[in-house]
Design a protein around this ligand. Structure first.
Ligand SMILES: [Zn+2]
Length: 77
């Protein structure tokens, strides 16, 4: 029998919510934004002990995108 229920086997590092693997977000998506530069972004997250392979849900990655951008604008520009 095929189990049609989709398994939630990924977990967000920040809020600890479980979700499907295809919905994983990582900080790697920030390499596509105009600013801050991705090197700065990686450094910023390494201080917060977040690596490029850590999994986050959409809400949390948006949250991190917002705060990193705000800090960049306020202190690093
Ligand atoms: Zn989350």
């Amino acid at each position: 029998m095929e189990n049609k229920k989709k398994t939630k086997n990924a977990q967000c590092k920040r809020c600890l919510n479980k979700f499907q693997e295809k919905e994983i977000y990582t900080i790697q998506q920030f390499q596509y934004r105009k600013s801050p530069p991705y090197d700065w972004t990686k450094e910023f997250f390494s201080i917060m002990e977040i690596g490029e392979w850590d999994s986050f849900c959409e809400d949390c990655v948006n949250y991190y995108g917002k705060i990193s951008n705000n800090i960049w604008l306020k202190y690093c520009n």
